[in-house]
Design a binder for this molecule. Structure first.
Ligand SMILES: Nc1ncnc2c1ncn2[C@@H]1O[C@H](COP(=O)(O)OP(=O)(O)OP(=O)(O)O)[C@@H](O)[C@H]1O
Ligand SMILES: [Mg+2]
Length: 293
């Protein structure tokens, strides 16, 4: 029997599922390579753990940025390693479906397809990320109604209206959670004079960031290093600081969704609640930015 595999390589996280075993990989998109031999030492969680534990020749790569591959060779090795874990080989006659951002170029698509074939897939189909997300959400993608979906990733964001099995209108930006982390890190440095570890910045985001201002009034004490003296200090980070830092990314994301909806035929969707919510978010962030100035 053929093996059916679904693969989603993201800027931050990689997921692999098979039809019979479900999700078997949900790990960071990291590949540890021994640069003296060129061998892959480990990928995902394992790659994060080898940092600083093995020889200096081992380098950890992030082969994806802004939603697409920036290093074809390392991506091909990542796919080969994941396929090995999933039991994909030339003998398994695997059919593989891979999600790609709609912004992926023809060259990027061809490279991903080739890497999967080389790693043992017999058939490879590519599916646009918003369509994959809509199917995963159980939306009625095949029906003659409009389904709107937004995918917010670490490096890219997309919005699409789907009907009759295809994308009717779409919007995309190379903007995502990583840009929010970078904006929060900048605000911590410029407004509080401290530097915080990247994982701690991500935690602050998950705790205090809210596009609709729902966290306003909350705060969190975090350990940081002062920029001027390099000392370890504790600072109180407020949701107001975090949400002000989000403004540009939120504005870009809201505009992307509005552009996608604007392209849609009026008889297909009347999503007034969504439009109102987008306008509310845009005006809230305009207010936060005005308050900062
Ligand atoms: N509760 C949360 N609040 C805000 N951001 C979150 C939350 N949970 C996860 N994230 C962010 O979502 C991003 C990861 O999303 P996802 O796994 O979809 O990205 P990806 O598929 O790796 O990226 P891309 O599709 O852009 O290549 C990270 O930036 C992470 O910090
Ligand atoms: Mg993704």
């Amino acid at each position: 029997m053929a093996l059916d595999v679904a693969l989603d390589i993201g800027t931050a996280q990689t997921r692999l599922a098979t039809a019979d075993r479900g999700v078997i990989v949900d790990e960071p998109t990291l590949v540890a390579i021994d640069t003296s031999t060129g061998d892959v030492v480990d990928v995902g969680h394992g790659a994060r753990e080898v940092v600083g534990r093995t020889s200096r020749h081992v380098v950890v790569f992030r082969p994806f940025a802004q939603g697409t591959t920036i290093d074809f060779d390392v991506t091909a090795r990542l796919i080969a390693h994941l396929f090995e874990r999933a039991g994909v080989s030339k003998l398994s006659r695997a059919r593989v479906v891979m999600s790609v951002p709609s912004l992926a170029t023809a060259i990027e698509r061809r490279a991903l397809r080739q890497a999967a074939i080389q790693a043992g897939a017999r058939e490879v189909s590519l599916i646009e990320a918003p369509l994959a997300a809509a199917i995963g959400l159980g939306l009625p993608v095949q029906d003659p109604v409009g389904s709107a979906v937004t995918v917010l990733g670490a490096g890219a964001s997309e919005a699409a209206v789907i009907s009759l099995g295809g994308i009717v209108s779409a919007g995309a930006r190379r903007l995502g959670g990583n840009d929010i982390d970078a904006a929060i890190a900048t605000a911590l440095r410029t407004r509080l004079g401290v530097v915080v570890a990247p994982t701690a910045v991500e935690e602050i985001k998950c705790l205090l960031a809210s596009a609709r201002g729902r966290s306003l009034g909350m705060s969190q004490v975090v350990r940081a290093r002062s920029v001027d003296r390099g000392e370890l200090v504790e600072v109180e980070v407020t949701a107001e600081l975090v949400n002000t830092a989000l403004s540009d990314v939120i504005a870009g994301t809201v505009r992307m969704i509005q552009e996608c909806l604007a392209e849609t035929a009026p008889d297909l969707v009347v999503i007034e609640g969504l439009r109102a919510c987008l306008e509310e978010m845009a005006s809230l962030h305009a207010l936060l930015r005005a308050a900062e100035r």
